[in-house]
Design a protein. Structure first.
Length: 312
């Protein structure tokens, strides 16, 4: 996939380049994936109203001027349940924050909860951490932000405060400019037009899972997942590029299966239709998508099965 809006001159001097790894961390459902997508400039991480939709470290790449930003989007740190799935998610968080150049600690502007505190306690003082006070547009009394920021400074030695709204392009550009100062002076790790290191199989799984969560609302447990059984490119004189994808939605109960399928199969059809349209845009191809729904009770507590579904 390519970034059509890349602004880098081809003759950029390698000696002036910056490149570094940036971890995006925070409690579940605080807006990390939305921020990642905005920073990269294209959707590579799924977003949903449902807490805990990100389950893998996702490498997002943005090349801007002489700087290359390599972002890691982490799962929200889990504090409530000790299942094999949640242990895997927390392992991903710890791995992401241990070896980066800068951390973006994302919280809702004006708020700080016990969950936020638990994530903050994991961060190392030796790694520059920017406090990204997201969803500033939801704060009605801006005068309350200054004392809140002073309180946050007492909790951690933040390198900088960045009050912002991830949906505002000007705020995203300002954040990128700030982060660039913390990137080491070195050559880039990736090609100029790369957006992610993830495979099309992974992106297909994430896209179907996003539509699943968006269309089922809060009724479907977040332990539901999607496995891509097959992804195959076939020659097509008519479409140029044709990709056939077979996906399985894994749920834990028969009642969840019925919920996903919906009345006369209508919800499953909608999940498939919306996922297919987005995949065609992401993959720049004609996509044929088949989706099945299977019940696998207790999979989130089974370490072997968690690994078999692609979680570390």
């Amino acid at each position: 996939m390519t970034d059509p809006e890349s602004t880098l001159p081809e003759a950029a001097d390698a000696a002036q380049r910056r490149c570094g790894l940036i971890a995006i961390v925070g409690k579940p459902n605080v807006g990390k994936s939305t921020l990642m997508n905005a920073l990269v400039g294209q959707k590579i991480s799924i977003t949903s109203r449902k807490a805990q939709t990100t389950r893998h470290r996702i490498l997002g790449i943005r090349t801007r001027g002489a700087a290359q930003f390599v972002f890691v989007d982490t799962p929200g740190f889990q504090t409530r349940h000790g299942s094999a799935l949640n242990k895997s998610l927390n392992k991903a968080v710890m791995g992401a924050i241990s070896d980066v150049d800068v951390v973006l600690f994302v919280v809702e502007a004006g708020r700080f909860t016990l969950q936020d505190a638990k994530v903050l306690s994991l961060l190392k003082e030796s790694i520059p951490t920017l406090l990204v006070a997201n969803k500033l547009d939801t704060v009605h009394r801006r005068a309350e932000i200054a004392p809140w920021l002073r309180d946050m400074q007492e909790r951690h030695a933040f390198a900088e405060f960045v009050p912002m709204t991830a949906k505002k392009p000007a705020d995203i550009e300002r954040l990128l400019t700030i982060v660039e100062n913390y990137l080491p002076e070195q050559d880039w790790w990736h090609e100029e037009d790369e957006l992610t290191d993830r495979s099309e199989r992974f992106l297909a799984s994430e896209t179907v899972r996003e539509k699943l969560f968006r269309l089922t609302g809060d009724e479907l447990p977040y332990t539901s997942t999607v496995v891509i059984e097959q992804i195959q490119e076939e020659p097509s004189p008519k479409h140029g590029r044709f990709v056939r994808i077979a996906a399985t939605i894994i749920v834990e109960r028969d009642s969840h299966k019925a919920m996903v399928i919906g009345d006369k199969g209508e919800l499953l059809k909608r999940i498939g239709s919306e996922a297919r349209q987005e995949l065609e845009r992401l993959m720049q191809a004609k996509v044929f998508l088949e989706i099945w729904v299977k019940v696998r009770s207790g999979w989130a507590d089974d370490e072997a099965r968690v690994r078999s579904f692609g979680y570390e």
